[in-house]
Design a protein around this ligand. Structure first.
Ligand code: SAM
Length: 321
């Protein structure tokens, strides 16, 4: 079989493509899967499909990771998990304030302002981003009086069990605190539930010798984030070309901490290419996979730009010598 070559982004379903990765070759796999929250690329998936996807992908990491290597998963809990068994008792709202914006008005605003993001559409209509989201997706953080109730679903336990069954051990977990930009974006929850401004980073380890090299980070980096469980990194506000990008700083820290130069870093849900760009900037090799052609093209373009920029900097340094 032809293995996928390092420094490439390939199109396909990760469940098929991971079979084409050379065994014991990946130093670190960093990814953020679909979250089962109704994004464009996951609407067709049931909860069971989603669990199977995670199980298959996690399971296929065991053979391809180097012994002593890491699988790092960035994921959040599901805040609006529809549960038909949940009693429908949580519906009163003291303010009884109804927002009169209809789905048609939202769609019309999107048609007349095609370049606007959700925040701008909300501003235009004088409502919250949550209202825009509700009208578009028919979801409701409160569940509603007659609609199926939603509850919070923790995903960490599921991921941990799937990894353990695959022979990968939970080595560490960190919390990524996103910025409080949500406040400015007027994303208010019409319930007692908090606005979600954090996600998890679960780090699994494949048994084997792991080189612990404190020289990979400066003393300042160790103090600021290397040995800290909470990472404060602003989220990507301009999700204009991909709906769920993580910030470059997130894979960059993981790569810097857990890999050495020339190691191969994998992202089997590469999206806009963030992990590959971080790998290039840190002098590591990369492999990216995405099921959508448009994201594969986008990630390839991002890699080309990152390579040009790294080469440009190297040339400048050579000229200075
Ligand atoms: C949360 S996004 C990842 C975003 C990425 N971290 C970034 O910064 O751009 C998940 C990605 O997984 C892709 N995807 C969904 N199901 C997939 C599958 N079965 N195989 C490969 N990619 C898949 C989607 O197209 C989407 O781009």
């Amino acid at each position: 079989m032809d293995y996928i070559k390092p420094n490439s982004i390939v199109q396909g379903d990760s469940r098929d493509m991971l079979k084409r990765i050379e065994p014991n070759s990946i130093a670190c796999s960093v990814w953020s899967p679909p979250y089962h929250v109704g994004k464009e690329y996951e609407v067709h998936m049931t909860y069971e499909d989603w669990q199977h996807l995670l199980r298959d992908v996690i399971c296929q990491h065991q053979p391809i990771l180097q012994p002593g290597g890491f699988l790092v998963i960035n994921i959040a809990d599901i805040l609006c998990f529809k549960d038909p068994n949940m009693p429908k008792i949580m519906a009163e709202n003291a303010s009884r304030k109804k927002v009169n914006i209809t789905r048609e008005q939202v769609l019309e605003a999107m048609r007349t302002h095609p370049g606007y993001n959700r925040y701008q559409i909300a501003k235009l209509l004088g409502c919250s981003e949550q209202t825009v989201d509700r009208r578009l997706k028919g979801n409701n953080i409160r569940g509603g009086k007659y609609a199926t109730q939603t509850r919070v679903k923790l995903v960490g336990g599921l991921i941990e069990e799937l990894a353990l069954a695959a022979g990968l051990y939970l080595y560490d977990r960190r919390v990524w605190v996103k910025d409080a930009a949500w406040e400015n974006s007027r994303w208010h929850s019409n319930s007692y539930r908090s606005v979600d401004e954090f996600e998890y980073i679960y780090i699994f380890w494949k048994p084997g010798i792991t080189l612990v090299d404190r020289e990979r980070l400066t003393q300042e980096e160790w103090v600021n984030w290397g040995s800290r469980a909470v990472w404060s990194i602003p989220s990507v506000r301009a999700n204009d070309d991909h709906e769920a990008k993580f910030p470059l700083e997130l894979p960059r820290r993981i790569i810097q901490l857990l890999t050495k130069p020339d190691d191969i870093v994998l992202d089997c849900f590469i999206g806009s290419g963030t992990t590959a760009v971080a790998a290039i900037q840190e002098g590591r090799r990369y492999i990216g996979i995405d099921i959508e052609k448009k994201y594969v093209d986008m990630a390839r373009r991002a890699c080309d730009r990152a390579i040009d920029s790294v080469n440009g900097k190297k040339n400048q340094q050579l000229q200075l010598i």
